[in-house]
Ligand binder design. Structure first.
Ligand SMILES: Cc1cc2nc3c(=O)[nH]c(=O)nc-3n(C[C@H](O)[C@H](O)[C@H](O)COP(=O)(O)OP(=O)(O)OC[C@H]3O[C@@H](n4cnc5c(N)ncnc54)[C@H](O)[C@@H]3O)c2cc1C
Length: 386
């Protein structure tokens, strides 16, 4: 193992491994790469889902794909056919195993399991310090440390959830259709809903998900999951087994992230601000950023910083955050009208930031206008700086 590389990837999670994969598939041309993580054993602790029109990267590790979805809100039920945007799920363990195996066999890649202690850089070199020593590179790509924020969030929200992967004695799930949102109208201090990914007719991942300012005690999510399994599927505690638990806490914020951690040390993934503020979805944006980094390294010899959303999408996110943060009950009305008046394909196109202005206006005209007028007024000093 050398102490000097062309590229170092610090953090081998979703974004670090994605970039490493894109780099080796673009042809490294003799460039040497080091991938460092505190733990290189693949773990099944995250289920990444996303929608995409084109065939996605990592198609070989897709765990399940759905083209139907159900949404339940205020007593209404919408069963949706996804004609343009299928919904995919990938297990973090399968993704990590597949990529780490490829990296392990690559002659120009070294893998190192060690906690990263420090990252720094200057005009010429990026530097990494870890328990195993000091390393230098032309560029370091990091997802280990939170970067400085150019602006603190005004409406700090979290998406927090507890998921149970259950196996049931009887066949209760419709394996062809996932439940995107089954709203819990009894929840008052934020927006709460159940999210169900059915793997088969007798196994599924169910996540009780809340958008609010702080996480709940574990027992709150557990009670909701238990109650939901009984109310929606008629199954009692002894009729299912919990195979796996998944907990998540994803910031949904309007803060502005610095793209660089230090000179020549580029932020990746959640640390680069790639999480969509109003939804928490990050995975697909990570893949797009990896592609852009590799393209710009090949073209200019320099990596592309994480792209920011177009201003109008940043404003829509900001308005929705304001409504969820300050008026969660009205946010529920917004979601109800959104799903009532638009197909899920249209909603995914909008949330994926692939819609044009005319399509955005159709979406905006389909939801209650008052919460948005107020949000525009409340954020009027921020929208142009956002
Ligand atoms: C449970 C969960 C489910 C999610 N589901 C979805 C989803 O369905 N769809 C979606 O789009 N987004 C989802 N997200 C959001 C987002 O996609 C993930 O958080 C994603 O993993 C972010 O990728 P990342 O590379 O930024 O961070 P990570 O994947 O967390 O990778 C960071 C890596 O850095 C390593 N590391 C950290 N500190 C150090 C250190 N000091 N030294 C060495 N290594 C270090 C960690 O071990 C880890 O491997 C989910 C998030 C969570 C938590």
């Amino acid at each position: 193992m050398s102490d000097t590389y062309d590229y170092i990837i610090a953090g081998a999670g979703s974004s670090g491994l994605s970039l490493a994969w894109h780099l080796i598939h673009a042809g490294l041309d003799g460039k040497k790469m080091l991938v460092v993580d505190q733990n290189l054993t693949p773990t099944n602790d995250k289920t990444w889902c996303f929608w995409q029109k084109e065939t996605p990267s990592f198609a070989e590790v897709i765990h399940k794909k759905w083209t139907q979805s159900d949404i339940f809100v205020n007593g209404d039920h919408y069963h949706e056919q996804l004609r343009k945007y299928p919904y995919y799920s990938i297990r973090s363990s399968n993704y990590s195993s597949a990529i780490l195996n490829e990296l392990d066999q690559h002659p120009d890649v070294d893998l190192l399991e060690s906690p990263v202690l420090e990252l720094s850089g200057d005009e010429m070199t990026a530097k990494l310090k870890c328990n195993s020593g000091h390393f230098k590179a032309d560029y370091i790509f990091q997802s280990c440390f939170s970067p400085s924020l150019k602006r603190q969030p005004r409406y700090p929200l979290l998406q927090h959830f507890l998921g149970w992967e259950v196996e049931t004695k009887s066949d209760v799930f419709d394996e062809n259709s996932f439940i995107l949102m089954d709203f819990d109208e009894t929840y008052r201090t934020g927006i709460a809903f159940m999210y169900v990914l059915p793997w088969s007719s007798n196994s599924a991942l169910l996540e009780y998900t809340i958008f609010s300012q702080s996480p709940e005690e574990l027992s709150v999510y557990e009670k909701k999951l238990e109650l939901y399994l009984y109310n929606r599927y008629g199954i009692k505690k002894l009729e299912y087994q919990i195979q796996r638990v998944e907990f998540g806490k994803i910031p949904m914020t309007d803060s502005i992230h610095d793209p660089w951690y230090a000179p020549r040390v580029l932020n990746l993934g959640a640390n680069a601000g790639l999480t969509k503020p109003s939804t928490g979805y990050t995975f697909r944006r990570i893949q797009e950023h990896s592609r852009k980094i590799v393209e710009s390294l090949i073209r200019d010899g320099k990596p592309a910083p994480a792209p920011r959303s177009q201003r109008r999408f940043r404003n829509y996110d900001l308005w929705l955050l304001q409504i969820i943060h300050d008026h969660p009950q009205e946010a529920l009305d917004v979601f109800r009208e959104l799903f009532k008046n638009n197909s899920l394909d249209e909603v995914f196109r909008f949330l994926g930031e692939e819609s044009n202005i005319r399509q955005d206006l159709k979406i905006m005209a389909s939801v209650p206008w008052w919460p948005f007028f107020r949000a525009i007024w409340k954020t009027k000093n921020s929208v142009f700086s956002f």
